[in-house]
Design a protein around this ligand. Structure first.
Ligand code: ZN
Length: 457
């Protein structure tokens, strides 16, 4: 049996606090009866001595801190599609190398005080696709690859965004790819197939969510019984302001709900990738533009839930293009900086969670022909890595891959696949309730924890 003096700060672990909570919540004479239920070692700590009285006060304070969990009112969920640990390490190594040093220059979110990791497998595969992972992250339920908020048995699932809307929060969804793509779609739509783009987009207006932003829609028009149905018409009929330019943004009524997309001359599948955007104007919106506008439109005394996806981290990793990938990760980090600025103004009411839906590419820092070498400098990477154009057809992409992989290898980066991998992904959190995201979790835990924090039964 331990002596009383062994009771030190290290016992302020959640396990002991849970036991202490049981003791303290049943104060006075009931205490011993409750203590019967706890482990013998623990009981010894609560034998009545002067020390115990002092300790009880300390435990009470600790328990109070644990039980009065902060309730975040403004919640950001950033999803770096395909962003594994190595993608972050590659970007941080590149930033350090850009200043001439070997090491890591932190991205905006990697020094958040809470860090965890999330497993990503789907219901039918260790290696998830973005719609099964999106379903897990939006509903807390696993499904088969290719399904979107529909279980393997065919039951429709509900995104937490609808629960949060019912609870009075404003809802925002933004992405650097199209709004009907798997990850953003998982927060407002459901379908047995992630590829039902028109059907997914048609669920936007009925959602009544407050803010949407992305490159556009992959299938905004559909022929139905000889006439054309148009997503944009539906959105406008439902009272959304459709905003394509900074001028339109300025003129949009302050109170209207909003859908922000690119101008028609731009690609409706994705924003211009960050690596192609430097030193050029007329590139259209960026993920940071969407994040800034979303914060502006959603901020209200009611609070909000804002999901922001860096969708092309995944695409550049599918392309096995190291430099383009690094630029996308840095671009994602810049969007997160805006949430951090918001957090600094509302530190007690804001929660920021940053994670990924899966890893893409099997990226590693190190290449077999040049062991113990990594050259993540702009000079080397811009000349030695290729940038496969977006939307290259699959045949061309497959032919280009060995070349791009070899170019990545010359900088010391290697890829094991042009698809997704099955490992865990990082989780970073800061702000009210961020402690919930410490340690190992499953991707399905993330929306459950957000819902528990935002909706107090
Ligand atoms: Zn992917």
């Amino acid at each position: 049996m331990r002596e009383n003096r062994t009771f030190t700060g290290r016992f302020f672990t959640s396990a002991l606090c849970a036991a202490a909570l049981a003791l303290i919540s049943c104060a006075g004479k009931q205490r011993m009866a409750v203590s019967d239920a706890v482990a013998p070692d623990t009981i010894a700590l609560y034998e009545v001595t002067q020390d115990t009285i002092t300790q009880d006060t300390a435990v009470q304070e600790a328990v109070a801190a644990e039980t009065v969990e902060p309730a975040p009112k403004y919640v950001f969920l950033f999803i770096g599609d395909g962003m594994g640990f190595s993608h972050i390490a590659a970007a941080e190594a590149y930033l350090a190398a850009s200043t001439g040093s070997i090491g890591n220059v932190s991205l905006s979110f990697t020094e958040f005080p809470t860090m965890g990791m999330a497993t990503t497998y789907s219901a039918n595969s260790y290696i998830t696709c973005s719609s099964a992972a999106g379903t897990a992250l939006s509903t807390g339920v696993k499904t088969d690859n290719n399904r979107l908020n529909v279980t393997p048995e065919g039951e429709t699932l509900r995104s937490i965004a609808y629960d949060l809307q019912d609870a009075g929060y404003r809802i925002g969804i933004a992405t650097s790819v199209s709004i009907d793509h798997a990850t953003p779609a998982a927060f407002f739509a459901s379908d047995t197939s992630r590829g039902s783009y028109y059907n997914i987009a048609a669920q936007l207006a009925p959602s009544g969510f407050d803010f949407f932003a992305g490159s556009g829609f992959l299938q905004p028009v559909k022929e139905v019984e000889g006439s054309e149905e148009n997503i944009y018409a539906q959105i406008q009929q439902a009272g959304y302001a459709v905003v394509r330019t900074p001028e339109e943004l300025e003129q949009a009524p302050a109170s209207s709900k909003m859908v922000m997309v690119q101008e028609e001359e731009h690609d409706n599948a994705a924003l211009v990738i960050a690596v192609n955007r430097k030193n050029t104007d007329g590139h259209g919106w960026t993920l940071a533009d969407f994040t800034r506008t979303g914060i502006d439109r959603l901020t209200d005394s009611a609070g909000f839930f804002f999901m922001v996806e860096g969708g092309q981290i995944d695409w550049m990793a599918h392309n096995n293009d190291a430099v383009a990938l690094i630029y996308e990760v840095i671009d994602f980090s810049k969007a997160i900086e805006l949430a951090i600025e918001f957090y600094k103004k509302h530190p007690d009411e804001t929660l920021i969670v940053v994670t990924a839906d899966h890893e893409t590419g099997g990226l590693a820092l190190g290449y077999y022909t040049i062991p113990y070498e990594l050259h993540p400098t702009p000079e080397v990477m811009h000349t030695q890595t290729g940038r496969t154009p977006l939307n290259t057809d699959e045949e061309k992409l497959i032919k280009a891959l060995p070349v791009v992989r070899e170019l990545s290898g010359q900088s010391g980066f290697s890829w094991t696949t042009a698809a997704h991998t099955g490992g865990a992904v990082p989780v970073f959190a800061i702000g009210a309730g961020s402690e919930r995201f410490r340690g190992k979790m499953d991707n399905t835990d993330i929306p459950k924890r957000i819902r528990e924090l935002m909706i107090r039964e």
